[in-house]
Design a protein around this ligand. Structure first.
Ligand code: SF4
Length: 205
């Protein structure tokens, strides 16, 4: 396995080793419920505004730019959230796909059955190419505004300029002694800087 596969499988196995990580964590559970609601609404929006365009522009032409990309960015919280929504058999399939990718050069999670995530990584949910956005929003400014609102709402779960769910899930597992290179909020220099600025600002307040 290459480095990307190893970091994905390590994170997934680590999460599976802690099935009770969320017990006694009502605050984080409530945050996850809000996140599920957000993901349901964005999925419905996709279906209503992008699905037909994406099918025509990418699927039939065999482009499928997002899933054809090798090495999408996955956050540790994506792995936790998906594991909570998936069965053991579905997680076994995911592990198998990571270790035995179907097509070189394509996303390792893409199989003949489609994407193996029950709740795909946030990067995948929010990635829409400019062509699709132009086509969907050309005569529908309300839809464009709604998409912009979703982009802002996404940050309330993922962007550490405030305490967010993705950070809380990383912290929870770090406190359990688990550590993963997918814990970007605690490892990426850019995100760490944002978190530090937030903490400095709250000390001064
Ligand atoms: S994780 Fe799923 S949705 Fe995201 S790029 Fe891979 S196959 Fe596509």
């Amino acid at each position: 396995m290459n480095e990307y596969q190893l970091e994905q499988i390590n994170a997934l196995q680590m999460v599976r080793q802690h099935p009770d990580a969320l017990s006694g964590q009502p605050g984080i559970k409530a945050e996850i419920e809000h996140y599920y609601d957000f993901r349901t609404r964005t999925a419905e929006f996709h279906q209503a505004h992008f699905e037909q365009i994406c099918t025509e522009k990418c699927y039939f032409n065999n482009l499928s730019a997002c899933c054809s990309k090798n090495g999408i960015i996955v956050f540790f919280a994506d792995v936790v959230i998906n594991a909570l929504a998936a069965s053991a058999a579905e997680l076994d399939l995911l592990e198998h796909a990571i270790a035995h990718p179907l097509s070189p050069g394509k996303c390792i999670f893409l199989t003949h059955k489609g994407c193996l995530w029950q709740i795909k990584p946030i990067v995948c949910e929010m990635f829409v190419c400019q062509t699709a956005k132009n086509a969907a929003f050309e005569n529908n400014p309300q839809a464009a505004e709604q998409w912009e609102a979703f982009e802002k709402e996404r940050k309330t779960f993922t962007w550490p300029d405030q305490p967010v769910l993705f950070e809380h899930l990383e912290r929870l597992f770090l406190d359990l002694g688990a550590e993963s290179s997918l814990m970007h909020i605690h490892k990426s220099p850019g995100l760490l800087r944002i978190k530090k600025n937030r903490e400095a600002a709250s000390r001064q307040a």
